[in-house]
Design a protein around this ligand. Sequence first.
Ligand code: GTP
Length: 598
Amino acid sequence: DHQKYIRNFSIVAHIDHGKSTLADRILEMTDTVAKRDMKDQLLDNMDLERERGITIKLNAVELTYHAKDGHDYEFHLIDTPGHVDFSYEVSRSLAACEGAVLVVDAAQGVEAQTLANVYLAIDDNLEIVPVINKIDLPSAEPEKVRSEIENVIGLDASDAVLASAKKGIGVPELLEQIVHKIPAPDGDVKAPLKALVFDSVYDDYRGVVLSVRLFEGTVQPGDKIRMMNSGSEYEVTEVGVNSPKPVKRDYLMSGDVGYITASIKDITQTRVGDTVTNALDPADEALPGYREMNPMVYAGLYPTDNAKFDDLREALEKLKLNDAALEFEPEISKALGFGFRCGFLGLLHMDVVQERLEREFNLELITTAPSVTYEVKLTDGEDKTVENPSEMPDVSSIKQISEPYVKATIMVPNDYVGPVMELCQRRRGEFDTMEYLDEYRVNVIYHMPLSEIIFDFFDKLKSSTKGYASLDYDLEDYKPSDLVKIDILLNGEKVDALSFISHRQFAASRARDIVGKLKNIIPRQNFEIPVQAAIGAKIIARTNIKAYRKDVTAKLYGGDRTRRMKLLEKQKAGKKRMKAVGKVDIPQEAFMAVLQTD
Ligand code: GTP
């Protein structure tokens, strides 16, 4: 009977439509968190999430709701990120739920990730509870948004909750709808244990902490458990729920969302998506788990201090536990030494990984320019996958290079269709279709090289549509393109970590552009440094970084003390995140310069 009073749900939305704020209000109104402990975006518990105001990780929390029917309901709320890079976190949380609260901004309406996320929920057969949020905004048009939800998504929105998460309006009504619309879990408590691992994190004291949703059976401390895919076995030391701080329980049962610890130290044996069962009374088959995520971009991560290579490996292993989409393998760069080639779902993901490594593991890193993966047909008939531009074989042995294409769906008010198409065309897009979603909104679909959209396309899209366009994309296929590798030479020496791939048509202009940027980024030394760009042996652009002028330095030394100190401090700060390559110090920005276009 316990299950009758459980509701497991997720909150999904386009980025910034107010999921985390709504979660805050729900926690507050159910007295899950005492007023004095309440802070904004409570579930965003990483510093990084608070600073940036975005959700990166899913978070599960248990709360008790005293409903109007007089019963107490146990809610498990799973907050999820909205950014396209983190949609794998969304699909993982959905698999643990029976329902999803769909938040749509009353001023912005349905956007690309509203659609993408709600379709994930619909595919999982979840019950959807629509909420129109931010009705307090002067620009709110709740009725227009209601019809968008009906016409564009195809959901009944006649009783969608009109809410302001900021002001707490509509939240009591939403809590009631969660009770009445979202079904209770219905797994068999007496069946062998089947628990889906939807997240995990490494804790120095407790070992691996598994976040689980039980679909069948029970689990308690002392039980012998088996990870069905990896086969490893452990003895449970603790079970509990997050409320939102961890609270021990005597047991967890079918329908519950909580955590399990079992002194698991070997982090490679516990994969997100695996099924936990009882080793003595195992289930017949594992739960479906998750589709593997393939990285979209690769970049090299190198410790600025070469001695920290092993620390970086350990940090990556621990981080992967909490970030299943992260991939890495060791690589050696002539310029940068020992590091890892890492695969990411997008640039935001890459940025977040770098920052988490630096903050949570105290490392200082250099990241090389991200690159997509290329498929190369060689003249000798062999096929090669190239994740690192510097490993692109010599032109003479290449028959064909193919690059990944995506299907990009851009949702935009019809006034802005022109600028969107212009931008896509400039980025080598191939027009597919344009469909009117309703009177105001258009879905523009293009096939585009991933390399053209992954870097600054989204910013350009936003600025050319006054922020109204939203974007979603899916990997489609590899297509042959006329691509060339451009090498950068500093002081006559090739710097492998600066090589990049470009379409031949843009090669000369990009080479000039980047050589010019490097000239400004790389600090002057006491000798002149030639900066060159080359395709094979052919130099296609060049410039020089002039040497220090003696008289300038002399003047500085003669200047007053504070000025000199300031200058030294500035130099010291500038030294941070530099890597000496040969005789030249290269700052982090140099590796990113190849990314910026136009
Ligand atoms: P991600 O976690 O990054 O996907 O964003 P989110 O959907 O969780 O949005 P979040 O709750 O962080 O809210 C985004 C912004 O909208 C914040 O500045 C909130 O203060 C604001 N906001 C949220 N709800 C409301 C509302 O009801 N009214 C108004 N005026 N602003 C709101």
